[in-house]
Design a protein around this ligand. Structure first.
Ligand SMILES: NC(=O)c1ccc[n+]([C@@H]2O[C@H](COP(=O)([O-])OP(=O)(O)OC[C@H]3O[C@@H](n4cnc5c(N)ncnc54)[C@H](O)[C@@H]3O)[C@@H](O)[C@H]2O)c1
Length: 348
């Protein structure tokens, strides 16, 4: 077996702890360093991962720790500075979505990655799912013909506050579209990749709370391609549990998939995937569980491949830029109450 890949982890919050477990649970990976800014999380990290060096500050960890790849799972407004620092040092980076909270910051990270010795991957882990990944394989096999329409829709309970309330503070979260719908933009764009790049987007959103009118509880966007195909991305946070649907129709057939859990991180989800090739309807049996906890484990395995210079399935800087960019244009479309062009805006 080759040398274990050494991971440094920035952020030891709700999602960062699951990253830590996924790294520690992979026999070919070592969790060598963790940054946790509060004393309580530092103690927790040291107790759970006694072999890791614990830092209070990500810049100090990047400067001092010996590692191959940094996994950045910090509040979204901090992504830019940590990613730029690591790339400047030639380190590989796994950066959680959203790439950053502004298009300018996303472009700065993409530009730094283009000249760094380190490689950059984005945490759009739906691509690694046994279920959402199977949808892509079915499309690629041509079972439904040319895809012309994609719907990705979620009904769920409200977001968590996040450490220090960052997720309910617009200056730190950027936008709620950058939280969950960003995954759906990434998925829809991935499924429609045969249509080229999106050209136009129109969005609606509203909020239940007059104190935060710009953080949308209900959000829907449509984006279209020059060939006429289009996608609908829709989410409500004004509900309960976590229930997601994907529908894709093509020139020959159709796909319908659903995922349900009491929580997004449940280990016991219900899910299904049905495919119609124009003649017969089939229920597809998935090879492994579908859900973000399982996808995270696969994401760490794919990071090992990236660090070792092997081919991998991780989302690229360009994917991260497009996904964040579509979210940010959607916000602007809601403000301006009109469809907006996207083709040139998002070019690297
Ligand atoms: N891919 C996914 O499905 C997914 C799921 C959840 C969260 N996320 C993303 O992961 C990131 C973290 O989300 P979370 O839910 O874990 O938030 P959280 O608030 O639960 O945890 C964030 C942690 O980072 C720490 N932190 C803050 N500033 C830091 C810094 N400069 N350096 C190091 N640590 C710092 C905080 O103290 C906290 O412990 C966000 O960008 C979020 O959008 C992605």
């Amino acid at each position: 077996m080759s040398q274990p890949v050494r991971f440094a982890l920035a952020g030891f919050g709700a999602w960062g702890k699951l990253h830590a477990q996924s790294i520690a649970g992979n026999p070919e990976a070592r969790l060598v360093a963790i940054t946790a800014p509060t004393e309580a999380t530092r103690k927790e990290a040291a107790a759970a991962f006694p072999e890791a060096a614990i830092y209070a500050d990500a810049q100090a960890m990047i400067a001092e720790a010996e590692f191959d790849i940094i996994d950045i799972v910090t509040p979204s407004h901090t992504h830019r500075d940590i990613a730029l620092e690591a790339l400047a040092k030639g380190k590989h980076v796994l950066l959680e979505k959203p790439m950053a909270t502004t298009l300018e910051d996303c472009k700065a990270i993409a530009a730094a990655a283009a000249t760094s010795k380190g490689k950059l991957a984005l945490g759009h882990e739906f691509r690694l799912s046994s279920q959402w990944g199977e949808v892509k394989k079915i499309i690629e096999r041509g079972t439904i013909g040319e895809p012309q329409y994609v719907l990705v829709e979620l009904l769920r309970k409200p977001y968590r506050l996040g450490a220090g309330g960052w997720r309910y503070d617009q200056s730190r979260v950027g936008s709620w579209v950058l939280e969950e719908p960003i995954h759906f933009f990434d998925l829809a764009r991935w499924y429609l990749s045969g249509s080229g790049d999106p050209v136009e987007l129109y969005a609606y959103g509203n909020s239940r709370d007059p104190q935060r009118p710009q953080l949308f509880d209900n959000f829907s966007a449509m984006f279209k391609y020059a060939n006429g195909s289009y996608a609908v991305v829709s989410q409500t946070l004004a509900a309960f549990e976590h229930h997601q649907t994907v529908k894709v129709t093509g020139t020959k057939g159709a796909i319908w998939a659903g995922w349900s859990g009491a929580l997004d991180r449940t280990l016991e989800p219900d899910y299904f995937l049905k495919v119609f090739d124009g003649e017969k309807l089939e229920t597809v049996k998935l090879e492994s569980h579908s859900g973000e906890v399982f996808e995270l484990r696969e994401e760490i395995s794919q990071c090992l491949r990236m660090v070792r210079g092997e081919s991998h399935k991780l989302a690229t800087a360009n994917d991260g830029l497009w996904s964040a960019g579509l979210c940010l244009v959607a916000e602007e479309s809601i403000r301006q109450k009109q469809p907006l062009p996207v083709a040139d805006l998002l070019k690297l």
